[in-house]
Design a protein around this ligand. Structure first.
Ligand code: MLT
Ligand code: ZN
Length: 462
């Protein structure tokens, strides 16, 4: 370790794990986006809140930027370290700290993976219901940082709804205990919610107290093949009014093509422009009758061409993989992702306009549409044509995202539904937030991180 700043950090914290090996810098310097070359100064893996505080104070003294880091599964570049930053990884701080049966809360260190949190909740006979495909790798601290959503938002809401309290190290190294798991607390600004979706720019989340709930009723999973997007919205309205929906997700035939190319089998006899995965409560005969009659009604209306209801957990998992496996099946392809939202009521008009936009601008591009349609959240992944140079592709993606952002603005939507702004969506922040809002965000950043050392350049520039 030749850098004198790192030598001073190591001398101040002799027990701190610090990595400077080239492989580690590469590994910890990137997230699931692949647009930047990682170039961090070093990786710090603290084991305690006190160590995190000491690192943040050192960073203030030395003028070194910090990139707080969880599972690095982010898709907007929020955890990228490409400019000599210190990556502060919470990976070693992954333990359960406390469970309270009366409050139904679980307190864990921020580096705990989401799946481990699910298992810990289950061991206490309860459920933490926020869920998505990267559950095995992402961490709860990162989920807080992006207000992660996922596949059951339609029933349970986003991460934000389940955060009862947070311990956060602010940009000046001070420790803040936010809300302390109180159900009611009207004692001024709720800084807890300010931290949610702040992408590591206001503080380092070190401990998270989540609310838990009772296990849901048994569920069934259904896959439907549909002829049009209009039909999809009709089916959504119909199923929502007749069943207790736990999830309502969609993908196009093009998305299915990638998952099948990755090893999944064609789920239905024919091919269909759109597919829906719906999960609903199934508590016996009455639900069974309701499901069948809803299905028959949708077929009768011409909204559904074909469908299957899983008869076992294994079959349900296979159906879910068709939706959850989309990102993994495309991970080997160079691509650019958009993750946008509009009010559900605005979805048909917005989707029609954006499909027309892509068809007009890029008829030759492989554009994959999927997402959490029941929440008004669309994922649009653009695959780089093999013959196109990476720089030219990124220029084209920036151009089309500009047009998409303008379309979103007309429909009152957001340029980031659940992936965050990070670096990737920073140029388009003003399509979702007005001048007064961005000025307020800057003021908040200044108050909590006066020297601007926490994740600088993410969300907006200083
Ligand atoms: C998903 O819903 O599968 C994720 O948000 C990942 C993605 O958009 O690629
Ligand atoms: Zn998603």
């Amino acid at each position: 370790m030749t850098d004198p700043r790192l030598q001073r950090l190591a001398a101040a914290l002799p027990g701190l794990r610090l990595l400077t090996d080239a492989n580690d810098l590469e590994h910890y310097g990137r997230d699931w986006t692949r647009h930047w070359t990682p170039a961090p100064l070093a990786i710090a893996l603290p084991g305690s809140v006190e160590e995190v505080q000491a690192i943040v104070r050192w960073a203030n003294d030395e003028g070194v930027a910090i990139v707080p880091s969880g599972g690095r599964t982010g898709l907007s570049g929020g955890a990228v370290a490409a400019n000599g930053e210190l990556v502060l990884s919470l990976q070693r701080m992954n333990r359960e700290l406390a469970f309270d049966a009366t409050d139904r809360t679980l307190t864990v260190q921020a580096g705990m993976p989401l799946q481990a949190l699910h298992e810990a909740a289950k061991a206490h006979g309860l459920v933490y219901p926020v869920d998505f495909a990267s559950r095995g790798s992402c961490s709860i601290g990162g989920n807080v940082a992006t207000n992660a959503g996922g596949i059951r938002v339609i029933r349970y809401g986003n991460t934000r709804e389940w955060i009862a309290g947070l311990k956060v190290v602010a940009g000046n190294g001070e420790l803040m205990e936010l809300n302390r798991a109180l159900v009611k607390n009207s004692s001024g600004y709720d800084l807890r919610h300010l931290m949610v979706a702040s992408e590591g720019t206001l503080g380092v989340v070190v401990e998270v107290t989540v609310r838990l709930t009772s296990p849901p009723p048994p569920t069934r999973t259904m896959l439907l093949g549909l002829p049009t997007f209009d039909a999809l919205m009709q089916v959504f309205a119909e199923l929502r009014s007749r069943l207790r929906l736990e999830a309502f997700e969609f993908f196009t035939d093009r998305a299915l093509h990638h998952v099948v190319a990755h090893g999944a089998s064609q789920p239905l006899d024919g091919r269909h422009p759109y597919y829906v995965v719906a999960e609903f409560a199934d508590q016996g005969e009455a639900d069974e009758v309701a499901v069948l009659s809803a299905f028959e009604h949708c077929v009768g209306q011409g909204w559904v061409d074909d469908g299957v209801i899983a008869q076992s957990e294994a079959q349900a998992a296979q159906i879910w993989w068709l939706r959850e496996g989309i990102t993994e099946s495309m991970a080997h392809l160079a691509s650019y992702k958009n993750d946008v939202s509009v009010r559900v009521s605005a979805m048909p008009a917005f989707l029609a306009e954006s499909i027309a936009l892509f068809e007009r601008e890029y008829p030759e591009f492989d554009v994959v549409w999927f997402g959490h349609i029941g929440d008004g959240n669309l994922h649009i992944t653009i695959v780089k044509p093999e013959a196109m140079a990476k720089d030219a592709f990124m220029t084209e993606c920036a151009r089309v995202t500009e047009l998409l952002a303008a379309t979103l603005q007309r429909h009152g939507g957001s340029i980031s539904a659940e992936h965050g702004i990070g670096l990737v969506k920073k140029p388009y922040l003003s399509s979702t937030r007005n001048v007064a809002e961005i000025a307020a965000m800057r003021g908040i950043k200044q108050a909590l991180d006066p020297k601007g050392i926490l994740n600088p350049g993410k969300v907006f520039d200083a």
